[in-house]
Structures are given as C-alpha cells and as structure tokens.
Design a protein around this ligand. Structure first.
Ligand SMILES: Nc1ncnc2c1ncn2[C@@H]1O[C@H](COP(=O)(O)OP(=O)(O)OP(=O)(O)O)[C@@H](O)[C@H]1O
Ligand SMILES: [Mg+2]
Length: 332
C-alpha cells in the first residue's frame, strides 16, 4: 500500500485588511508550511487547539479553500487547485464529514432523497469498499434503492429512515446518516472534522466505534480532525499535533502517547481528564510540571520573540517521529 494523499509545504495565509483604502496590513498564517502523507487504508489524526489550522487543512484537501503555497497530490496526481480536483472528479473519492450534521443535511429532503443524490450523480458502485474497482457503476433505480437500504444497514439505522426527515433524528443518528452519504460514492478518503464534538460523551463513543468499524471493514483512509487527543488516540495510526498553523510534533499514535517530545504535546496529554482520584492528583502534578517546563524552556520549542508563538521546523527523531525543536547549532 502506498501513499494516497500527499501534502507538501502547504501554506494558507489570509490577508488582514484595515484602513480607508482597505489595504493588506498583515497575514493570518492559518497553515504555515506543513507536510503530511496519508497512506492507503490508514487513519491520520490532526490535533490542536481552536484556531490552530486543522479545518483549513481539511478544506484544502476537499477544495473548499485554495492554497497560498505548496501542493496536494492524490495517488501521485497534482490536485492542488480546485480546477485540478474537478478534472479528476476528486469529490467522488474524497468525502468530508463535518461536526455540525444539522446544517449539512437539507431539512426539506427525506433521508432517502439525501442518500440517493450521490448515487444518482456518480452511479452505484458494484461493491462498497475502497479496494473495489470504480469501473462499472450503475444508474438503475432499483440498484440505487437497494444501495440506500444497504448503506442504512451499515450505519445501523432502520429501513423506515428512508421516508423520514433530518429533524426526526438525534445528533448521533444524523452523524450516521452523514457517514452513510459519504460512503455512497465509495470514497478512498474521508476527512472527518470534529465528527463527534457536538455529541454527548456516551454517544461519542458509539459514533467513534462505528466509524472505526467502517474504516476497517471498507479499507477507507481517514483524516480525523479533533481538539481531543483522547478521541484521536482511539481512531488513528499517525498523528500530527498542530499549534498556530505549524506541526509541532508528528509520529505514530504510540510514539505520540508513549514518548511525547514537544511541550505542547505534553500539555495536551496532561489535559486529558483522568477517571480516578489518584489519577486526577497525578494529572494535576503533571500539568504543573509541564507549565514549569514551558516557562523555563520556551526558546527550545518556539522561535525567539515570536507572537503568536511560531514553532521551529521539524527535526527527525525516527523514520516516523519528528518534533519541532531548536537545533543545537541555533542555540544562543
Ligand atoms: N476565511 C477566513 N478568513 C480569515 N481568517 C480565517 C478564515 N478561515 C480561517 N481563518 C483563521 O485561520 C485560523 C485557523 O482556522 P481553522 O478553522 O483552520 O482552525 P481550527 O484548528 O479548525 O479551529 P477549531 O478547533 O476552532 O475548529 C484561525 O485563526 C481562523 O480565524
Ligand atoms: Mg475547525
């Protein structure tokens, strides 16, 4: 299995304008020189606090934003611009699932109609699964109907769902519908942007479980975006930790959890709540230690006097693990 999607040196800057002539006074560096590779059938996690640039990366992949610099390639083909994405029909292969299922489902359409739409547009793939050939797709209404029922069964919803409307479902059920719709095109990659953040904790676990099962069963790659490192641990093979538009640490999920190197990663880990009294006490001490390390070693992790904090370029630790840290020869 090779790389499915590769992002190289991506920058997304937004102009900040002010004054009578509406001049550009500065740039918001939403994404500031990041690279990542998503392998076929693997799940890649993007974690970071609000405003760190996670959604912007997702939007670049699906073509909702244009890159300022850098490139995106899909199976080796350049898909950086919206035009290139369109030429390749990329939205058949790459689907996006958002946090807010309420606004991504048309309230005036039945679930049957909502699921029929991608099937009518792209045809019904012979079999569900990223590994299956895309060649023969059917536009036969009976096949469309049968596939709608199959998709609902996969996400654990009853057949009567077909004639119902989005408002008749809970948030967790709507997220199942959104995933069923994403599956309809037989995607190779699903970009899931905070897919469970709006849900109750108990429902979050259910939705994560079925997403993981779908990912495994159908061999679909995921870019899984979340501010919650705990959620991402369960879902992913690889993780990138983002801070102010930069990757501060990348690694396998085990490397990030077992051997975190960047102060910001440690901060995120320390903020995962513990279930036990003893655990909570240990967490509190961990948080204090991390804050102390941050105050004392800021220059080790962020460029001097940068505001907002700007992380150094990544330094490789292993083939898979890298951390943004001041290089020895840069030390003052
Ligand atoms: N269209 C836009 N115009 C100007 N600035 C933008 C635009 N979209 C995003 N930004 C800015 O870019 C930065 C990154 O935003 P982004 O939505 O990618 O963050 P995020 O990590 O997804 O945050 P959250 O966890 O809150 O969803 C933020 O500072 C945001 O204000
Ligand atoms: Mg976001």
């Amino acid at each position: 299995m090779g790389p499915l999607l590769e992002i190289k040196n991506l920058k997304v800057y937004y102009a900040e304008r002010a004054g009578f002539f509406n001049q550009v006074v500065d740039y918001i560096r939403a994404v500031d020189d990041i690279s990542l590779t998503i392998e076929e059938g693997k799940t890649y996690g993007l974690v970071g606090q609000s405003g760190s640039g996670k959604s912007t990366i997702g939007k670049i992949i699906v073509g909702l934003e244009e890159a300022t610099e850098g490139s995106v390639s899909y199976k080796g083909q350049d898909v950086t611009t919206k035009k290139q994405k369109k030429a390749l029909n990329l939205n058949k292969d790459v689907q996006m699932v958002f946090q807010d299922s309420q606004s991504s489902l048309n309230p005036r359409k039945t679930i049957g109609d909502i699921l029929a739409e991608p099937l009518k547009n792209f045809g019904v793939p012979n079999k569900i699964g990223a590994q299956h050939s895309d060649a023969d797709r059917s536009f036969d209404p009976d096949k469309i109907d049968a596939r709608i029922r199959e998709l609902l069964a996969i996400v654990g919803l009853p057949e009567r769902t077909i004639t119902q409307y989005p408002f008749q479902f809970s948030g967790g059920q709507r997220q199942r519908i959104v995933v069923a719709r994403a599956l309809a095109t037989n995607p190779k990659l699903i970009v899931a942007d905070e897919p469970v953040s709006a849900l109750d904790l108990s429902v979050q676990a259910q939705v994560l479980n079925f997403m993981k099962e779908i990912q495994k069963t159908y061999g679909i790659s995921f870019l899984f975006i979340s501010h919650d490192l705990g959620v991402v641990r369960y879902m992913t093979d690889n993780i990138a930790i983002m801070h102010h538009g930069r990757f501060v640490e990348v690694g396998t999920t085990d490397e990030i959890f077992e051997n975190p190197q960047h102060i910001y990663t440690k901060r995120l880990l320390a903020s995962i709540p513990s279930q036990t009294v003893a655990g909570r006490k240990a967490k509190r001490e961990e948080r204090i230690a991390v804050e102390k390390e941050f105050d004392e070693n800021r220059d080790r992790y962020y460029e001097e006097n940068s505001d907002p904090l700007r992380a150094y370029d990544l330094v490789k630790l292993t083939d898979t693990h890298a951390v943004s840290i001041q290089k020895e020869d840069e030390e003052s």
